[in-house]
Design a protein around this ligand. Structure first.
Ligand SMILES: Cc1ncc(C[n+]2csc(CCOP(=O)(O)OP(=O)(O)O)c2C)c(N)n1
Ligand SMILES: CC(=O)[C@@H](O)[C@H](O)COP(=O)(O)O
Ligand SMILES: [Mg+2]
Length: 643
């Protein structure tokens, strides 16, 4: 921690208007205090640390120079917004980050007027900032749209869609590219090489030469041919060409930790009558905190930690394996004897377990950057050419590639395998990251097989089943976190497609479980049995195709039936209900309830509480059965909702 003069400036600044009362020479001290506050806060909350540390000076400079909130500031991904939150009236609540009822870990419109746009999924900022800019231009209101986007987020196609349309905004749009040469993992692809050239080809421009260039470029209305050629040549060297060809004035690269550079450059940008302008700043992820700077992932996402040592409180070691690693290691083993198997991740190698596959088969592991749409259609191409591709994408991020899933995979009936991690509740990342909708959005598609394992052993079998399924697309969805501790099978088996299994036989009540809520369903059966309500529990394994024979048998031989899934309405339960209705079972007075996640819920760091709030724990299942027996209709989804 840096030595601090007696009067902390941070205590004198609640919102940006207070910051703007400081003299430029005080901003260095202010930024150092802000950095220390971020480190202190995240040490007790956990969350995203490295990205925020990398933008402490940038956050200070933006709020100092621009007239926020009138100038609409949009953070991309939004995981780096903690300094911004402290600086915009939320310092008193910053230690409630990512907790039930606390501050969101990302920007959130409902939280503050300074959070112009919600974020958490990457590469949306330029589009949103352009919207703000054009709206102000059309209505002749003051205020720019300012997007702060990282080099990782700049690898997604949506950023280029926005830049391709940006010229209309003129000087109302400012894009600040925060280039720290990191995504969650090291960045990949041509863009990162391009930016690396820009940064390495010229020491960060000295203020004088940069100011001269800026002046000549921004205030000059037309180029003559020679200068255009010279600019093109220089652009190739300094990384501007790509952006300039898209209609931006490119400024940079500049040192994103040097306030003496940042402030005058941003003032010039603010006052320019030309635009749109892209300012390329170079920063370090984890800047100013040695443990973060030294770590491979720059402390992208951290548990609570000791500030002095940086040691994270990750709980006792050992315990059941994480689902992502069970998937990655199983697929790597299966690929030892099948060179058609390959694995694709969209910038999430460790989170999806593809890093484990990559260790064994680097030539068949692909990190495509934050490019889920490309990942899916790339996999479709691989499948069409006889490979066995696995697209390993979080449920929530797969939403971004839905048309590719429909148009390039389902309708063409191509055998792409989808390993869908973070399916269901995800804890502190909250509603933007919950894997609520994959069952709804996949089970409605033609040709798809959709599976959900009840534990890690089942995931091993389902991974094998995916490998052997060449007749069309197949998906396996499983939750964030660790398994149940069940022994992993030595020999992965191919499961019969569309077949479920009864794991406990009873008479009066039937619980039809899909996925890892099975453990809670079995606990609920114990409670119901103790109340004299003999309960059958079935693990349906497949949300599509349904095991209609088993379901019909269960629905016609029990008084009350309940479906349980860790997904929003429209998934497994909805399809069982449709099947029961089509079979005339509802007309015959069947008591069937579908238990599922509420459509939206608040950020919550305690998954057990999140399940309880959603009614998807044993108590919730028992409650639903008892209400159904008493003929009360339970709208569990609504009852469980805590929005
Ligand atoms: C559509 C989408 N895919 C994946 C992610 C997961 N993700 C969160 S942050 C991040 C890396 C972002 O890199 P960059 O924009 O360079 O920001 P930095 O962390 O380096 O500041 C990724 C891949 C996401 N948030 N959204
Ligand atoms: C900001 C972002 O989108 C990722 O960092 C995400 O929070 C990772 O989620 P997991 O921690 O579940 O891998
Ligand atoms: Mg980055």
């Amino acid at each position: 921690m840096t030595h601090r003069p007696d009067t902390p400036l941070l205590d004198t600044v609640d919102v940006p208007a207070d910051l703007r009362k400081l003299k430029p020479g005080q901003l260095r001290q202010f930024a150092d205090e802000l950095r220390d506050e971020v480190i202190s806060a995240v040490s007790v909350t956990g969350g995203h640390l490295g990205a925020g540390l990398g933008v402490v000076e940038l956050t200070t400079a933006i709020h100092y120079v621009f007239n926020t909130p009138e100038d609409r500031l949009v953070w991309d991904v939004g995981h780096q917004c903690y300094p911004h939150k402290i600086l915009t009236g939320r310092r008193d609540r910053i230690r409630t980050l990512r907790q039930g009822g606390g501050l969101s870990g990302f920007t959130k419109r409902s939280e503050s007027e300074y959070d112009a746009f919600g974020a958490a999924h990457s590469s949306t900022s330029i589009s949103a900032a352009l919207g703000f800019a054009v709206a102000n231009k059309l209505t002749d209101r003051p205020g720019k749209g300012i997007a702060v986007i990282g080099d990782g987020a700049m690898s997604a196609g949506m950023a280029y869609e926005a830049m391709n349309n940006a010229e209309q905004a003129g000087n109302r749009l400012v894009v600040i590219l925060n280039d720290n040469d990191m995504s969650i993992a090291p960045p990949v692809g041509g863009l990162s090489a391009y930016l690396a050239r820009a940064v390495s080809s010229s020491e960060y421009l000295g203020l004088r030469s940069l100011a001269k260039r800026l002046a000549s470029k921004i205030h000059r209305r037309v180029y003559n041919a020679a200068e255009k050629a010279e600019e093109f040549a220089r652009g190739m060297a300094t990384g501007g060409t790509l952006f300039e060809e898209l209609g931006f004035y490119y400024v940079g690269p500049i040192d994103g930790h040097n306030l003496d550079h940042l402030i005058p450059v941003l003032e010039n940008v603010r006052d320019s009558d030309q635009g749109p302008i892209l300012v390329h700043v170079v920063t370090k992820k984890g800047k100013g905190y040695a443990p973060a700077e030294a770590s491979a992932d720059k402390y992208h996402g951290v548990a609570k930690f000791d500030v002095v040592t940086g040691k994270q409180d990750k709980g006792k070691g050992g315990g059941p394996p994480a689902y992502q690693n069970v998937f990655g290691e199983t697929l790597a083993k299966l690929a030892d004897s099948d060179d058609r198997i390959c694995a694709i991740t969209a910038a999430m190698p460790s989170g999806t377990g593809v890093d484990k596959f990559n260790q064994a088969h680097p030539d068949r592991a692909f990190d495509v950057g934050i490019a889920e749409q490309h990942a899916v259609t790339f996999a479709a191409g691989l499948a069409a050419q006889g490979m066995r591709p696995f697209c390993a994408i979080y449920s929530t991020f797969l939403q971004r590639a839905y048309d590719q899933v429909v148009h390039d995979v389902a309708i063409q009936n191509l055998p792409v395998r989808f390993a869908i991690d973070r399916a269901g509740l995800v804890g502190a990342d909250g509603a933007t990251h919950a894997g609520s909708f994959d069952l709804a959005y996949l089970c409605t598609l033609p040709n798809f097989v959709v599976m959900a394992p009840s534990d890690e052993a089942e995931l091993v079998h389902m991974t094998k089943t995916c490998v052997e399924h060449d007749s069309g697309p197949i998906a396996v969805r499983y939750p964030r976190g660790n398994g149940t501790g069940v022994a992993l099978p030595e020999v992965p088996e191919v499961l019969e497609i569309g077949k479920g299994r009864i794991v406990r036989q009873g008479k009066k009540v039937a619980i039809l479980s899909l996925g890892t809520r099975l453990a809670e369903a079995l606990k609920a059966a114990d409670t119901l049995d103790a109340k004299g309500l003999s309960t059958t529990v079935a693990d349906l394994r497949f949300a599509k195709p349904l095991d209609e024979a088993l379901i019909r048998k269960l629905l016609t031989s029990h008084e009350v039936c309940v479906t349980v899934e860790e997904a929003a309405v429209g998934g497994f339960g909805a399809h069982v209900l449709t099947m029961a209705s089509d079979a005339g079972l509802i007309d015959a007075g069947l008591k069937l309830r579908t238990m599922r996640l509420p459509d939206i819920f608040q950020d919550q760091d305690n998954p057990d509480k999140q399940y309880a709030d959603a009614g998807l724990d044993a108590a919730g299942i028992v409650d639903t059965v008892l209400k159904a027996l008493r003929h009360n209709s339970t709208a569990v989804g609504e009852a469980g909702a805590i929005a």
